[in-house]
Design a binder for this molecule. Structure first.
Ligand code: HEC
Length: 110
């Protein structure tokens, strides 16, 4: 009986590793990394988005993001490790950055 429980339990643990696919994980990470979704400012597919319109010194201005699904990996990586005005600093791990990049490249092809 004990053996069966141990076997079932280890099977469950192993099955759990593949519980969500890489694609699902990548898309979830993009939608909710550290609680602030990239979608808010970069759309679902990493296309350009108008975030705000405001007036500064009596001139109309816009805060707009550029397309982020067409960057070279080095540039994407550098951007996520630097301070960007208007964007939260996430402190993502290298593998998370890779996964976000993977997700965005797939959006471009759609
Ligand atoms: C609150 C808004 C906001 C959120 C949330 C946000 N960003 Fe940004 N992001 C910006 C702004 C503003 C810029 C600077 C304008 C630009 O270059 O697009 C920027 C720039 C970037 C750039 C550099 C673009 C370039 O051309 O060099 C990358 C890459 C990027 N964001 C990725 C992400 C990813 C991935 C996430 C989620 C982990 C994210 N951003 C979440 C606002 C945001």
């Amino acid at each position: 009986m004990k053996l069966i429980i141990v076997l079932l339990f280890s099977f469950f643990l192993e099955a759990n590793e593949d519980f969500i696919t890489k694609d699902e994980y990548a898309s979830q990470l993009y939608k909710n990394p550290r609680g602030i979704s990239c979608v808010l400012c970069h759309n679902k597919d990493g296309s350009s988005k108008l975030i705000a319109k405001y007036t500064h010194k009596q001139r109309a201005r816009e805060l707009k993001t550029s397309q982020i699904n067409n960057l070279k990996y080095e540039d994407f990586y550098k951007a996520l490790n630097s301070r960007i005005l208007g964007m939260p600093r996430y402190f993502l791990t290298d593998s998370e950055i890779k996964l976000l990049y993977y997700y965005l490249q797939k959006q471009k092809k759609k």
